[in-house]
Design a protein. Structure first.
Length: 94
């Protein structure tokens, strides 16, 4: 148990460190804008989390836990998704 806990701490600290350092690297490239970095971080985080959920075989439990969000808060979620799409389109299409 102790080694698993220590391993989890090391993984989480590594993730936080990379999460903070990689944008600095991308910014030094010069051509990458902050909004593009943020968009990529959001999209790839969602993709990675879905891969983890699928690989662990917890898709049904995840959907069961989040079902009320999709049923009861659908108008709010729809508004947020449309707003995000509008921001992305207005930023990337001149």
């Amino acid at each position: 148990m102790e080694s698993t806990f220590r391993q989890g701490i090391i993984y989480s600290l590594t993730a936080y460190l990379l999460w903070g350092i990689l944008p600095i690297y991308w910014k030094t490239l010069g051509v990458v804008q902050a909004f593009e970095i943020l968009s990529n971080r959001f999209i790839w985080s969602c993709v990675f989390v879905w891969i983890l959920i699928i690989a662990s075989g917890r898709v049904k439990s995840f959907l069961a836990e989040t079902q009320d969000i999709f049923i009861y808060r659908a108008p709010c979620l729809e508004f947020l998704l449309l707003r995000c799409a509008k921001l992305l389109i207005s930023h990337f299409i001149p």
